[in-house]
Design a protein around this ligand. Structure first.
Ligand SMILES: C[S@@+](CC[C@H](N)C(=O)[O-])C[C@H]1O[C@@H](n2cnc3c(N)ncnc32)[C@H](O)[C@@H]1O
Length: 238
């Protein structure tokens, strides 16, 4: 772990997947914005403090550092197989006091099981997870989300679609830090087979596409809410 103790400034030069908490989860220069856009999306979709949220593959708490203070105590749940990411996220971003006050709960398994917390979730967030999964793991993840979402719950997940004219490269197993691509039709099929309903949404992401998943079609946003998402421009920093 040679880069783990680098300063934030030094870590900016690292490539995605490097062993620093701001770099392992994506380009380090985007660490702040990629947390902010996840938080804003969830609030725009109706997340409020009393909801229970599962941050699946929560990494170094890029979104968690905003979600943990916002949610009521005992309402943030994270699954992350690399404990060092959570440790460094808490040490550098969240702080021990916030952990004591809000009591976020974490598990470190990598088998996609979401049931071990023993609660159903109002929201599941899986940012940049399925963009690194072959269909075998996506199937497992979707089945787990279906089982752990409350009847009125909503999951926000990201996929990468192939460029126009290119074939999908769906990979197999966990592919990291490289990404895989999935066609819209194969995503629909995987989601349908898991007993979920889905909608791709026009929310900002520099490389991926956000999809919402729900157990009933009524829970997915209608035209009005889609307009709201579309209009929420994410300004570039000056
Ligand atoms: C691209 S990072 C995204 C992290 C976080 N969602 C974010 O947006 O900052 C992917 C994360 O998935 C985690 N991961 C890998 N395999 C996993 C599994 N089987 N279950 C849950 N998370 C996993 C990785 O350790 C890594 O932290």
């Amino acid at each position: 772990m040679s880069n783990r103790r680098l300063s934030l400034e030094e870590a900016q030069a690292l490539s995605s997947g490097s062993d620093h908490y701001t770099a392992y989860v994506g380009p380090p220069r985007e660490y702040d914005a990629m947390g902010a856009t996840q938080f804003r999306l969830l609030c725009t979709l109706g997340l409020r403090a009393h909801h229970r949220l599962l941050d699946f593959g929560c990494g170094s708490l890029r979104a968690g550092r905003l979600l943990i203070p916002y949610l009521d105590s005992d309402h943030y749940f994270g699954i992350e197989p690399n404990p060092w990411l959570i440790e460094d996220g808490i040490q550098n971003e969240v702080g021990a006091d916030q952990v004591e006050i809000k009591r976020p709960r974490f598990l470190h398994h990598d088998d996609f099981d979401c049931s071990a917390f023993g609660v159903d979730f109002d929201y599941v967030l899986a940012q940049s997870i399925f963009s690194h999964c072959g269909p075998d793991l996506i199937e497992r993840g979707l089945a787990a989300f279906q089982r752990s979402l409350s009847p009125d719950g909503l999951a926000a997940v990201t996929f990468i679609h192939p460029e126009e004219g290119q074939d999908p490269a769906p990979g197999e197993g966990w592919v990291y830090p490289e990404s895989v691509t999935h066609s819209v039709s194969s995503i629909h099929e995987l989601v349908y087979d898991a007993g979920l309903h889905s909608l791709a949404i026009p929310w900002y992401h520099p490389r991926q596409t956000w999809w919402l998943l729900a157990r009933t079609p009524d829970r997915l946003p209608g035209r009005d809410q889609l307009d709201l998402l579309q209009g929420a421009v994410f300004a570039s920093p000056r």
